[in-house]
Write a protein that binds this ligand. Structure first.
Ligand SMILES: Cc1cc2nc3c(=O)[nH]c(=O)nc-3n(C[C@H](O)[C@H](O)[C@H](O)COP(=O)(O)OP(=O)(O)OC[C@H]3O[C@@H](n4cnc5c(N)ncnc54)[C@H](O)[C@@H]3O)c2cc1C
Length: 489
């Protein structure tokens, strides 16, 4: 198999999958108005891989010479990590927007399990073989691969006491063909992807009663018994001039119901094993957080650029107070950039022999980018000003009867015609104020993990010993007093 084209990708989705949205069962997903824009965006990504100008940034070769998408190459050197950064930047530059769940971010979760092959071999050698085969298969078949972690969890208090885990996804049957699973996951992009890596959600994976829920596998998104129940689209029927982002980049989220779905043995990555569940929960984002933070940097660029163009056209850049606010957006952008750059410069070898971005720098960068995002979006909103919220839409301003007023109130020096000025305001509105803009704030907050889990990741990956020793020495403390009180990780 070679690289897929956009056309082949769209055709491949017509596999009888069961998708529901806006109160209807979807027939041909690639042509459905709720999905068509984002499927076209993903199709464009597939087509980019065939264009000579993108060959270097977007493709590479396996050892046997097969050409694959750059995103699917296992990172073994720092250069491989830099190439991932170049790949993501190239794709987002071409698309002119930010998309997350488009395959490169989610493949990293498979690489985390690939790193655990030695231990998987001890548990059951077929699992180690399966993960290796799937990492290779995704690359060779150019599959759109997404990730399913989070179950609808019901009463969390019971769950953490090891009770009432019944709604979590679990194995109901084992037979000669594979395992049969029942449960549900939330999953962005599932309805228009080929397959997902399904794995345990955040829970108490030390409790023996959780064993039937400790499973990880590859699910085919068109498998019988799988139901995609999708949220309301954010842009259907809207004019792309008025909503330039949401009409192209609305990544539809799905409640993915597994109504007794057969998972063939070759797709089972672990099963009935608490240690594997603990491992994947600890390591799931060790690679994918890099691709995720790359998107946050792009969003920081969009905030900065939007604020800048607005204050430049209204002549506000001359004010030191405004420059100070722009500097805050610059600091936000550059701090994210610094974390990404340093995470590659100080990259670490994984136990499986891959090259991981420096984990402490990556997870602290992710937290910084994520927790400051709403504040920075609000600063951008403040700099754009109230016209963001009160500007009439493109159909209204095109009305000849009111042209003289639009010309008078929306023309600015420096070639800013009403058409250009409103285009920028529509972009700002979609970035910050539309249904899509609001959705993105929630997406950033939860998409990889809720903030408390991200703080735990930052805690677990920072080496506390040097600072403990430093203060012990500087304060002339007894060195043997630390043991009883030291934080255990
Ligand atoms: C737009 C969007 C897209 C998503 N896409 C995906 C996807 O593609 N794949 C996927 O698997 N999931 C996805 N998710 C799900 C997401 O990962 C979860 O929403 C997230 O993990 C939080 O789980 P929850 O919603 O069940 O919240 P809960 O577990 O109910 O937690 C809610 C809040 O309670 C508090 N809390 C809960 N437990 C603890 C604790 N132990 N310690 C401290 N505080 C706690 C925290 O404040 C937390 O934010 C998506 C979510 C959104 C909103």
């Amino acid at each position: 198999m070679a690289l897929m084209t956009g056309k082949e990708y769209k055709e491949s989705l017509n596999d009888g999958r069961e998708v529901y949205i806006n109160g209807e069962r979807v027939k041909n997903i690639a042509e459905h108005p709720a999905f068509q824009p984002i499927i076209e965006t993903k199709a464009r990504m597939y087509d980019m891989n065939h264009e000579a100008r993108y060959a270097e940034a977007c493709t590479t070769k396996l050892e046997d010479g097969e050409t694959i998408c750059r995103a699917f190459k296992l990172p073994k050197t720092k250069e491989d990590l830099t190439a991932i950064r170049t790949y993501v930047d190239t794709v987002l530059d071409d698309l002119g927007g930010v998309v997350y769940r488009v395959g490169d971010e989610t493949i990293g979760e498979m690489w985390s399990l690939y790193d655990a092959q030695d231990r998987l071999n001890e548990i059951d050698p077929t699992y180690a073989e399966n993960i290796k085969n799937h990492v290779d298969r995704i690359a060779r078949l150019d599959l759109f691969h997404v990730s399913a972690n989070t179950d609808p969890k019901g009463d969390r208090s019971k769950l953490f006491e090891g009770k009432a885990a019944g709604t979590l996804l679990h194995v109901v049957e084992e037979n000669d063909k594979g395992i049969v699973v029942r449960g549900a996951k939330f999953e962005t992009a599932a309805a228009y992807a080929h397959q997902a890596f399904v794995k345990p959600t955040i829970s108490n994976w030390t409790d023996q009663s959780m064993t039937p829920y400790a499973c990880g596998f590859i699910a085919d998104m068109g498998a019988p018994g799988l139901k995609h129940i999708c949220r309301t689209p954010l842009s259907t029927g809207k004019n792309p001039v008025d909503y330039p982002l949401s009409t192209r980049f609305d990544e539809i989220d799905t409640l993915l119901v597994f109504d007794d779905v057969l998972i063939p043995w070759e797709n089972v990555l672990f099963h009935g094993n608490l240690e594997s569940a603990q491992y994947i929960r600890k390591t799931v984002h060790r690679y994918s957080a890099f691709n995720y933070v790359l998107r946050l940097q792009r969003r920081a660029d969009f905030l900065l650029g939007t604020a800048l163009l607005n204050v430049e056209q209204t002549g506000l850049t001359k004010l030191p107070a405004v420059q100070e606010k722009i500097s805050q957006l610059i600091c936000y952008r550059e701090t994210i950039n610094a974390h990404l750059t340093a995470a590659v410069a100080d990259a670490q070898k994984s136990a499986g022999g891959l090259m991981m971005p420096n984990q402490s720098l990556l997870y602290t960068g992710r937290l910084y980018a994520l927790t400051n995002f709403p504040k920075m979006a609000h600063l951008c909103r403040e700099l754009v000003g109230g016209q963001l919220a009160v500007t009439p839409d493109s159909a209204t301003i095109a009305d000849p009867q009111i042209k003289e007023y639009i010309d008078k109130y929306y023309t600015l020096d420096g070639g800013w015609t009403p058409e250009k000025r409103t285009k920028l305001l529509y972009f700002a509105r979609d970035l910050l104020n539309s249904a899509y803009g609001g959705h993105q704030i929630t997406f950033e907050l939860f998409a990889q993990a809720p903030p408390f889990a991200q703080y735990m990741a930052a805690f677990n990956h920072f080496d506390l010993n040097p600072v403990r020793d430093m203060v012990t020495k500087a304060a002339h403390l007894e060195t043997d007093t630390k043991a009883d009180f030291a934080l255990q990780k």
